[in-house]
Design a protein around this ligand. Structure first.
Ligand SMILES: NC(=O)c1ccc[n+]([C@@H]2O[C@H](COP(=O)([O-])OP(=O)(O)OC[C@H]3O[C@@H](n4cnc5c(N)ncnc54)[C@H](OP(=O)(O)O)[C@@H]3O)[C@@H](O)[C@H]2O)c1
Length: 363
């Protein structure tokens, strides 16, 4: 690495990932220059961040995201907005040859084929921030030698609770994730395990792996962040304390590594035990739904993502119960006529149409 600072922008600086990214940057102050910060509605926090981190500019709202992604001054852009708003700016950044640290998994779930193809054509690196994909990224030396990806899941707050308890869960209970402190949308997806389904689709696109060769395993301690199995049966895993600081730092400093945010050394003795179990797809049917939609490909994952996101919002607003999220998402998905290779405009049109249908079904 040269002594030049890494010029970075953060889309979603006021969110869970965005705030932690700024903590990483604060520790590695001499390594970064912040070009821009962007947020949705939290004006106060964006102003505080602007005063403290002195980006060249900061912007509020969706148009700001596009503008930042057109600014070729950026070496890398951290896409840490939640939901579908991440897709267009990510494509704009790729078109402008800017590397991406990608937290926003919805981008790949909605348009993985297009995004990965464009990145290949432009030579843009897409470095995953999601801890599981970051782990796999760290394990892989040569993808052609890899047989299988093994994605770990903590299991969320309802791992050992009954379906009945899940149905009766309050919003607060569903938001009380035992391991990770994240934004509301991803926390609810973690409670239904849809988050794992989205991650399977994300892994399929990032690493070009067939769905038959991506396995999910429950690992409640969240120490093994994911693993790969090579063709010869050798398994390589990445371990670490459950903290998003590490994958964020990895993604924005890649391929370099720094002490940065590290607070203490890893100790196997302190951890003492690591448990693994098969996921219960009957209790958490969203994972199977995601595999099914992933295998169908095309607009099936666009539909699933939109119906799920709208249902999560409805749950957060007390309109439906936690289990209804799956019930509604699968019903909408069943009735969707899949378009094999939708264009970006078609993807956004389908996304909009599905959201309207989902809201109508919810009532
Ligand atoms: N949190 C985690 O630990 C984690 C781990 C792995 C992957 N991810 C992924 O990372 C992404 C972000 O997650 P998060 O937990 O950080 O979400 P979050 O806490 O809800 O933050 C979302 C961020 O996006 C901004 N935003 C939302 N809509 C916007 C819009 N229309 N225009 C501009 N900015 C907008 C928000 O701004 P305001 O708050 O100002 O409205 C906020 O800064 C998600 O795709 C998630 O799946 C998160």
């Amino acid at each position: 690495m040269t002594n030049e600072k890494i010029k970075i922008s953060i889309l979603g600086s006021t969110g869970s990932i965005g705030r932690q990214a700024l903590e990483v940057i604060e520790k590695l102050n001499d390594k970064f220059e912040i070009i821009a910060l962007a947020a949705g509605s939290n004006v106060e926090l964006l102003q505080q961040q602007t005063q403290k981190f002195k980006p060249r500019y900061s912007l509020l709202g969706q148009e700001g995201l596009e503008r930042i992604c057109s600014d070729k001054e950026n070496d890398i852009i951290l896409v840490a907005v939640s939901g579908k708003v991440g897709l267009r700016p990510t494509l704009t950044a790729i078109e402008n040859g800017i590397n991406i640290a990608l937290a926003n998994k919805e981008t790949l779930v909605m348009a993985g084929d297009i995004v990965m193809q464009k990145a290949k054509e432009t030579g843009v690196k897409i470095i995953p921030v999601d801890s599981e994909h970051c782990a796999i990224h760290q394990c892989i030396k040569d993808i052609s030698q890899v047989e299988r990806l093994i994605i770990t899941a903590s299991g969320g707050p309802f791992l050992h609770k009954s379906v009945e308890e899940m149905k009766q869960s309050t919003v607060e209970q569903a938001l009380a994730h035992p391991r990770w402190n994240m934004g509301k949308k991803i926390t609810i997806d973690s409670a239904t395990l849809m988050n794992k389904g989205l991650e399977v689709i994300e892994a399929h696109h990032l690493f070009g792996m067939d769905y038959d060769n991506i396995e999910v395993v429950i690992h409640p301690q969240s120490i093994v962040h994911s693993a790969i199995e090579y063709k010869d049966g050798s398994v390589v895993a990445q371990l670490g304390l459950p903290s998003m600081h590490i994958p964020i730092q990895y993604a924005i400093t890649y391929p370099e590594r720094f002490e940065g945010i590290k607070s203490k050394s890893f100790s196997f003795a302190d951890i003492a035990r690591l448990d693994f179990e098969k996921p219960d797809f009957d209790k958490f049917p969203s994972v199977k739904l995601a595999y099914d939609c992933g295998r169908l490909g095309g607009s099936a994952t666009v539909c699933m993502n939109a119906a799920n996101e709208e249902s999560v919002f409805a749950f957060l607003h007390g309109k439906i119960n936690l289990y209804d999220i799956y019930r509604i998402t699968s019903k909408i998905t069943e009735n969707h006529r899949v378009i094999k290779s939708p264009s970006i405009d078609e993807i956004f049109a389908i996304d909009e149409e599905i959201r309207i249908k989902t809201r109508e079904l919810i009532g």
